[in-house]
Design a binder for this molecule. Structure first.
Ligand SMILES: NC(=O)c1ccc[n+]([C@@H]2O[C@H](COP(=O)([O-])OP(=O)(O)OC[C@H]3O[C@@H](n4cnc5c(N)ncnc54)[C@H](OP(=O)(O)O)[C@@H]3O)[C@@H](O)[C@H]2O)c1
Length: 339
């Protein structure tokens, strides 16, 4: 099969389309012909290995110290068709359309992948959910669902989301709205129209306004991107407010842990574990049009270098999707912006 392989950490140009062995399913695995994947910031961070030190060391030991060894194909999200079944797989059939979160195993940027259905979140897709939309659900949706649940939102709560136009933030906005919150989205000016289009009640351009200085108190501040000031954000919360951090610094984790034990305002920063039931819930909400994928651009897989450069630029609004088919590996063409 064809796959996008990287043999050294570095800029987008390290990504090469190569012929590699097609994976065969083990007893508890399904083989999936991949139709769509995404590029999330985590893929670019992994490719260039830009991580904070406390994450860098264990991840580098896992991935390969001098060059990528265990993870050679990126792609944390995938949607496609089941093509083979391991002998112990029971709840899936050949031909099922699925979406899955391979997590740190990655492998979404290839023609095929094998997934252990007992260990990974894998959900069947109804006919009205397209592969391209479904592929945005694992990383963006599962993280957003995890943190929004921890926010314990009640109808009418004021929720502010920092990094609201990102992969995680754009689903967090919609899930918070779905819970009955009044949502303020904070992001860069050119991304704010998208936020209004997915239901944000108010938007703030972080380059023009500091949300901690406008006098508004919130029940929940969810910082998806790790850019808010810890002390000022806590001061902008109501008495029982929740400060949720998807991308915490070590100092914030230490201070947050101590604060949550002794104060009414709580700080939450635990990472998400990806569960199949949560992915099912996201697929159902997507099918019922209670949430939608905010797709900025769809790139054919052969334009993977341009796609990574685009995500690296920081200009992406919502999600960048990779379309995968045999012809996309072979023919020329350019990206299109979804209507
Ligand atoms: N498995 C994973 O991949 C995973 C899981 C959990 C957490 N994370 C981490 O969580 C973070 C968010 O992930 P994501 O995929 O949602 O990222 P993303 O798609 O890049 O979205 C981040 C958004 O935050 C905006 N932003 C940057 N600085 C800001 C500021 N000061 N105030 C408000 N908005 C700001 C960015 O816009 P501009 O850059 O244009 O300003 C961008 O729109 C990443 O750092 C990621 O590594 C990743």
């Amino acid at each position: 099969m064809k796959a996008v392989v990287f043999d050294r950490y570095g800029p987008p140009e390290v990504l090469k389309i190569k012929e590699v062995e097609t994976p065969e399913p083990r007893d508890n695995e399904i083989q999936v012909q991949i139709r769509a994947s995404t590029i999330v910031v985590g893929d670019c961070e992994f490719r260039s290995f830009r991580f904070p030190w406390w994450f860098w060391v264990p991840l580098r030991l896992y991935s390969g110290v001098l060059k990528p060894k265990r993870v050679r194909v990126l792609g944390q999200d995938l949607a496609g068709i089941v093509t083979k079944l391991g002998k112990d797989v029971q709840n899936f059939s050949i031909g099922d359309q699925i979406v899955a979160a391979p997590e740190v195993q990655m492998g979404g940027h290839a023609e095929f992948a094998c997934l252990n259905v007992e260990k990974k979140a894998v959900s069947k897709l109804p006919d009205n959910v397209r592969f391209e939309d479904a592929s945005t659900l694992p990383t963006g949706g599962l993280n957003a669902l995890h943190y929004i649940r921890k926010a314990r939102i009640e109808k009418g709560d004021r929720v502010l989301i920092v990094g609201a136009a990102g992969s995680i933030g754009s689903f967090a906005v919609q899930l918070a709205k779905d819970s009955g919150a009044l949502v303020t989205g904070v992001d860069r000016s050119d991304k704010l129209d998208m936020l209004l289009s997915i239901g944000a009640d108010k938007v703030i351009d972080y380059e023009r306004e500091d949300f901690t200085q406008n006098g508004t108190q919130y029940d929940v501040i969810f910082d998806a991107v790790g850019k808010s000031s810890y002390s000022k954000s806590l001061r902008s919360l109501n008495e029982n407010g929740r400060y949720i951090l998807a991308n915490p610094h070590v100092s914030q984790m230490v201070r947050g842990f101590a604060r949550s034990m002794f104060h009414k305002k709580k700080v939450f920063f635990q990472f998400a574990s990806y569960r199949g039931t949560d992915l099912d819930e996201l697929v159902r909400k997507c099918s019922e049009q209670r949430i939608q994928a905010s797709i900025d651009r769809v790139f054919p897989i052969k334009e993977i270098v341009s796609a990574h450069s685009y995500v690296d630029s920081g200009d992406k609004i919502g999600h960048v999707v990779i379309r995968i088919s045999e012809s996309d590996f072979k023919t020329t063409g350019s990206f299109h912006r979804d209507p």
